[in-house]
Design a protein around this ligand. Structure first.
Ligand SMILES: Nc1ncnc2c1ncn2[C@@H]1O[C@H](COP(=O)(O)OP(=O)(O)OP(=O)(O)O)[C@@H](O)[C@H]1O
Length: 266
């Protein structure tokens, strides 16, 4: 796979199997800095497992990877997050019994108040709250700051998770199926926020099945099938490549890829 000029993340020989099933078998991959990269592939291709491995939520049998030039394999998820690489989940991990604002504050790296003197702690808390409210406004969730997160719609929870992910000013944001379960009314807003992350200087890596969204928002596409990376490139080329279409259709995946290719050819 091609080298990038200044990749933010580089992974080598990452292998994860579960009881004889190979989930991830990535020989080498580099994530371009400052771009929006889509990680696509049929169901069971290993995308979520790869996310879990890179962010410390799972451990591979072999593999090494570095973020911002420093090795991070073996670090716990919170250590990975503290270095500036954060992720969201396919099923959101928003806590329904906490308010929207409290959920935001959980995403703050300053959640070590007990180690600080009360005065500094309160000051810190105030500045965290101010930042959280400012981000919530941006995500149009400001009016909901004091509501329980359980009262949010599925799409609003996705927005909240994304908002929480950027509390610590990460340099890489990894989104696992940001569009899944989001009603059409919120789709545009989510797309806008993803593009906005890039405009603010962050690198974005996202897993997505909606190929229209991939084509619309991604600068670069990486394709996984059966644990391996089988193609990468700009969306227009990758999405119409025979190998990619075959990987999807061969997996009998219910995809809109064929329709998209037809549209692109028209
Ligand atoms: N904890 C686990 N135990 C056993 N097998 C697993 C586990 N996690 C993943 N797998 C298997 O690893 C393979 C890759 O799964 P993974 O969920 O990473 O794929 P995916 O590309 O994210 O799929 P989807 O698009 O459907 O979310 C699948 O065969 C899956 O059944």
């Amino acid at each position: 796979m091609p080298s990038k000029r200044d990749p933010i993340l580089v992974a080598d020989r990452v292998h994860r199997h579960f009881a004889g099933v190979t989930a991830v078998d990535v020989d080498h991959v580099e994530m371009p800095r400052g771009k929006i990269t889509a990680l696509i592939g049929p169901n069971g291709a290993g995308k979520t497992t790869f996310f879990n491995l890179l962010t410390g939520f799972d451990k591979p049998q072999t593999g090494a990877w570095s973020f911002e030039g420093k090795p991070i394999a073996g670090l716990a998820p919170w250590q990975v997050a503290r270095r500036g690489m954060v992720r969201t989940f396919q099923l959101t991990k928003v806590l329904g019994r906490l308010t929207v604002l409290e959920n935001m504050l959980l995403g703050s790296k300053n959640q070590r108040g007990e180690r600080l003197l009360p005065f500094f702690w309160r000051k810190q808390e105030r500045s965290d709250s101010a930042r959280a409210l400012e981000i919530l406004e941006r995500f149009k969730l400001g009016a909901k700051a004091h509501d329980y997160a359980a009262s949010l719609s599925g799409g609003q929870r996705k927005l909240l998770e994304m908002a929480r992910a950027i509390m610590n000013e990460p340099s890489l944001v990894m989104l696992d199926e940001p569009m899944a379960g989001v009603n059409p009314a919120l789709t545009q807003s989510l797309l806008h926020h993803i593009k906005d992350l890039k405009n603010q200087g962050m690198t974005v890596l996202f897993v997505e099945h909606d190929m229209h969204m991939v084509r619309y928002v991604a600068d670069w596409v990486i394709v996984m099938a059966e644990g391996r990376i089988i193609a990468e490139g700009v969306p227009g080329e990758v999405l119409s490549s025979t190998a990619v279409v075959d990987a999807y259709l061969g997996a009998h995946h219910d995809t809109d890829l064929r329709e998209l290719v037809r549209e692109m050819e028209a």
